[in-house]
Design a protein around this ligand. Structure first.
Ligand SMILES: [Zn+2]
Length: 256
């Protein structure tokens, strides 16, 4: 997978005069006289656990096992598992290209940390979300795809720019009655309606949000505001590949 049907060559200089070092799992270049391992030029170079453990971790991560469940199934520590999950998140999650057809639905959602609050009113325990992160989303019911973007600034102009980047102008845009989307009528054939008129325009994107929030809660519970981009892109990737039958090794192959 790493060589991609080519010959093994030196990572440093590109020379083909390489020999395997007998005692180690490394190669020696006769041209620049330096040693290198097969993984040195790829993101796999930071693997410090055995390869079988690595494949097991990747498989568990792909199948939405939480860190706690993974500690029960492997002999690895919690920081190690978190480190490898973060490694997968940055390297394997490549944003799948969003394709819009016929119509799309746009909406925004707020993701954040849950914190248990004191029981002030002796009623039900309440959760309030702290450090909320605004995420803009475009869902296409025809292709079953989702595109998201974390919005750090005041929502409004960035969300509109994001929609203009992702959606061609011949596509019908549906949204709720939020004032963020009223300007879209200049560029698109746009229908905006409030939720309480009976017919629900943004049903598909709303179900995408609940899908993402359920998966986030199941595997990680929450994320911190500073890590929002990586987690949101992972959840979007998981949504877009939900029907694919690729194995863990296929994802390594695609990421190299
Ligand atoms: Zn060399």
């Amino acid at each position: 997978m790493i060589l991609k049907k080519g010959r093994l060559k030196c990572v440093h200089g590109g020379s083909y005069q390489v020999r395997k070092v007998k005692s180690e799992n490394r190669y020696h270049c006769q041209s620049c006289r330096r040693k290198f391992s097969l993984f040195l030029a790829t993101w796999l170079k930071s693997i410090k656990i055995s390869l079988s453990d690595f494949i097991i971790l990747l498989h568990l991560w792909k199948n939405e096992y939480s860190v706690k469940q993974t500690t029960e199934l492997t002999n690895l520590s919690v920081p190690t598992i978190r480190r490898y999950f973060a490694l997968f998140r940055t390297n394997i999650v490549k944003s799948v290209e969003f394709i819009a057809q016929n119509n799309v639905q746009v909406d925004e959602a707020y993701f954040g940390r849950f914190k248990k609050r004191a029981n002030y009113f002796h009623g039900q325990r309440t959760y309030n979300i702290q450090d909320k992160t605004c995420v803009a989303g475009i869902g296409c019911p025809s292709t079953g795809m989702l595109a998201t973007k974390v919005i750090r600034a005041k929502p409004g102009i960035p969300i509109k720019q994001f929609i203009c980047q992702q959606v061609p102008t011949n596509v019908h845009v549906y949204s709720d009655g939020s004032p963020i989307y009223t300007n879209l009528r200049y560029d698109y054939f746009h229908t905006s309606r409030t939720h309480d008129l009976g017919f629900h325009n943004a049903y598909y994107i709303e179900s995408c949000w609940s899908w993402m929030k359920r998966k986030l809660f199941k595997q990680y519970h929450h994320f911190h505001r500073k890590n929002a981009e990586s987690y949101v892109s992972e959840l979007t990737w998981r949504f877009n590949i939900r029907n694919s039958t690729n194995t863990a090794l296929d994802y390594i192959k695609n990421s190299l």
